[in-house]
Design a protein around this ligand. Structure first.
Ligand SMILES: [Zn+2]
Length: 427
């Protein structure tokens, strides 16, 4: 199968090159802001079809303006604004598609309108296309207009890979290059490992149905004191001063380190799970909802469960395993994994699950992990309703369970007496 993959390396650059890269990133930011302002203005002043534009038209317009108004743009590759305007076009499409979908109640996800980018506040990055050559032996990469740049390590791109484009970005004081490549990968053999069910939580990163939990690392939380000290020091520096710039860098490096640690953990864990298991069953977490609890949000944020699920989804494809997401409303914590007794009252503070019916005493998360596994097996035999997200099977309930809209209530009341919807038994 053909896969598109990213390979990211750090660049080893000198001050001169650093200046050029900063200039490129600045041009990208400018092009974005210009494109967005141009679109806004068009929408407000024009009528009919002329209110709308696309990436190609905008690029032509910008090229015309370059000669007279922005001659400095000739200093960098012409791909940079071109790619930025494409990104902007995509951002617009995403926004309007999402708005339409939300109106039709087809999604709950929210995509915002494109925003202007501010120097120092946005991520410095730009994308290059065209002739990109990699000299593996010399750790060099040749890019359009930028020439040869050194890499800090020897790239491990497969020889069959075709480079589509590169994205150069900066995090604190380091510059990185990411190659997007198309490569041929042999179809994975079906994974023969056992099934594993995960219950993601806060006391452990994930309780596994195999019995061994993945303990919870603390990334930012462990360094909360340092974070506090650095941010305080930063906010006390005078605006626009050298010291402010230096402290910003210190803070940036600190966050970069934390992010790297977290990503390392997520990648190692997901690779282990995807390589050694045939089926991975997860709960379809509502991360946005969980983040709204202001006492717990920082704990959830520190673990990046959402990112973890995304990584797991693509890695399982590589290793021939599957991810199954189960209904987020399934009461995994409140059921007894032994006799399926449902405990109505179970505050978050109760860490041990005690079953009054069969006397089971088990760690709360472990019990939940067993329940998730049970759910999967029961779902295999169609005894429980299927999660809403899985489109391949119809929901066993048949009828809508959600409360009907006001209009529907009125109509229904006019015709027949209100009936309880969706209360069918699974016989
Ligand atoms: Zn029980």
């Amino acid at each position: 199968m053909l896969v598109i993959r990213g390979y990211k390396y750090e660049l080893n650059i000198n001050n001169k090159e650093r200046t050029v890269l900063t200039k490129c990133a600045g041009t990208a930011r400018f092009a974005w802001n210009w494109g967005l302002a141009n679109r806004n203005q068009r929408y407000q002043t024009q009528t009919g079809v002329a209110r709308y534009t696309d990436a190609m038209k905008q690029n032509k317009e910008l090229n015309r303006l370059k000669r007279t108004e922005f001659p400095w743009m000739y200093e960098v590759s012409k791909c940079i604004p071109q790619e930025v305007l494409r990104n902007l076009d995509r951002a617009y499409q995403n926004f309007f598609t999402n708005t339409r979908k939300r109106k039709q109640k087809r999604t709950q996800q929210f995509v915002g309108f494109p925003k202007f980018k501010k120097k120092g506040r946005c991520k410095d990055s730009f994308r290059l296309t065209g002739t990109i050559k990699l000299f593996l032996g010399d750790k060099l990469v040749q890019l359009p207009r930028l020439g040869k740049l050194r890499l800090k390590e020897r790239p491990n791109l497969p020889t069959s890979a075709r480079i589509l484009n590169v994205t150069i970005s900066r995090t604190a004081d380091r510059w990185y290059i990411a190659f997007a490549v198309k490569e041929e990968q042999s179809d994975p053999k079906p994974n023969k490992g056992p099934l594993v069910a995960l219950d993601t939580g806060l006391s452990v990163f994930a309780a596994l149905s195999s019995g061994i939990p993945i303990s919870r690392p603390k990334f930012l939380l462990q360094q909360a004191r340092k974070q506090r000290r650095l941010s305080k020091a930063h906010s006390r520096k005078q605006k626009g001063s050298h010291n402010k710039r230096k402290s910003a860098l210190r803070l940036g490096r600190f966050y970069r380190r934390i992010t790297n640690q977290r990503q390392n953990f997520l990648h190692q864990t997901s690779t282990y799970l995807a390589k050694n298991h045939s089926v991975i069953v997860l709960e379809d977490l509502h991360i946005k909802g969980l983040m709204q609890n202001r006492k717990l949000s920082k704990y959830w944020a520190d673990l990046s469960h959402g990112l973890f699920q995304r990584i797991l989804e693509y890695k399982t494809v590589w290793y021939g395993s599957t991810v199954i997401k189960i209904d987020r409303w399934f009461p995994s914590s409140k059921l007894c994994s032994n006799c399926l007794y449902y405990r109505r009252d179970l505050p978050l503070s109760t860490r041990i699950f005690h079953c009054p019916l069969c006397g089971l005493e088990l760690d709360r998360d472990q019990n939940a992990a067993f329940n998730v596994a049970n759910y999967y097996w029961i779902y295999q035999f169609r005894l429980f309703p299927v999660a809403e997200s899985s489109a391949e099977t119809l929901n066993a309930c048949g009828e809508v369970v959600r409360p009907a809209s006001k209009q529907a209530h009125v109509e229904e009341a006019g015709r027949t007496a209100p009936t309880k919807a969706g209360k069918k038994s699974y016989s």
